[in-house]
Design a binder for this molecule. Structure first.
Ligand code: KPL
Length: 308
């Protein structure tokens, strides 16, 4: 099977490193430094203190990639449009493109580009910490869900088997919306809090003060999901978010990684999307709005921040 990974940030590099052991993997990236690092040293994945390097094919131009059986979209939320266009150019007629991104709206953009019959919604709880171009720490072994439907079931099963052989926990499921929102509640809670407090996920459970913030964010996010008519895949949002913090305790949430690198964050696609959904469904979200504004302000103050 020939699999394309679109975007070689933390998640993309981890998937390239794992899948490169069981399939022909093509990584598509537009970052020159990343392309160079992957060509030179392969995708390097650090698990505990053991580092594994996997050779992968790398391309910065979609026309150089042979037609793919599957593509995994792992770019940041604000790069989805460009990644979906790249997927359209690289995907074989029967190929499936799966979004594994955080936030709302990506599946719709992907479906518009590659056609709804070739687009798949995925949700992953994998924890990956970026160590530099082509290098990543596997910091949390959470499950990955792929939303199946009858017309793609056989092809998606193949993809699922491949991901399992690569060492991932994979589930093929039917209720995509519940999963997507289930992850949105997690991201709208852990990501901004970890970024603002500058702590790994597990530390959000270590103080009573942080736990209270976590509870407020998770409950408000779940309230919006319920108002939108979504059935979350868990009973208690706080218990679930806490369990993700435990499962990915050592991980630096992706938003924290962005802030540490002084990069643009995905706050709009996550907490922004949630606040907008709240407005649409008549749920006031003062706490989520506050998190949104704080992270926006943090991003725009990168150049004025002082060091200790
Ligand atoms: O998705 C994540 C992220 O960091 O974006 C979690 C699940 C919170 C893991 O860190």
């Amino acid at each position: 099977m020939r699999v394309g990974i679109i975007g070689a940030g933390a998640l993309g590099t981890l998937l390239a490193g794992r899948l490169g052991r069981v399939a022909e993997v093509w990584v598509f990236s537009t970052h020159a430094e990343t392309i160079e690092a992957l060509r030179r040293g392969g995708a390097q994945v650090l698990v505990d203190s053991e580092e594994m390097s996997t050779a992968v094919q790398v391309a910065g131009d979609p026309t150089r990639v042979p037609l793919l059986d599957a593509a995994l979209v792992c770019v940041k939320a604000y790069e989805t449009e460009r990644a979906a266009e790249a997927a359209r150019r690289m995907l074989g007629q029967e190929g499936l493109a799966t979004t594994l991104q955080n936030g709302l709206g990506h599946f719709e953009i992907l479906a518009q580009k590659v056609g709804s019959s070739r687009a798949v919604l995925g949700v992953t709880y994998l924890g990956a910490s970026w160590l530099g171009p082509g290098r990543v720490r596997w910091a949390g072994t959470g499950p990955t869900y792929l939303a199946s439907r009858p017309e793609i079931a056989t092809r998606l099963e193949e993809m699922g088997e491949l991901l399992s052989r690569a060492g991932l926990e994979v589930h093929l499921v039917e209720d995509a919306q519940g999963l997507l929102w289930g992850k949105l509640v997690v991201n709208a809670t852990i990501n901004p809090l970890a970024a603002l407090l500058r702590v790994p996920n597990g530390a959000l459970l270590e103080s009573e003060a942080a736990r209270r913030l976590l509870q407020a964010a998770a409950l408000e996010a779940a309230q919006v999901a319920r108002a939108a008519g979504v059935r979350l895949p868990y009973e208690d949002p706080v218990v679930h978010v806490e369990s993700v913090c435990r499962a990915t305790a050592a991980n630096y949430a992706s938003m924290l990684q962005d802030v540490l690198q002084r990069r643009r964050t995905e706050i709009q696609a996550i907490n922004g999307a949630l606040v907008r959904a709240g407005e649409r469904w008549g749920v006031d979200t003062p706490f989520q709005r506050c998190l949104l504004r704080l992270v926006e302000a943090l991003e725009s103050s990168y150049t004025s921040q002082v060091e200790a």
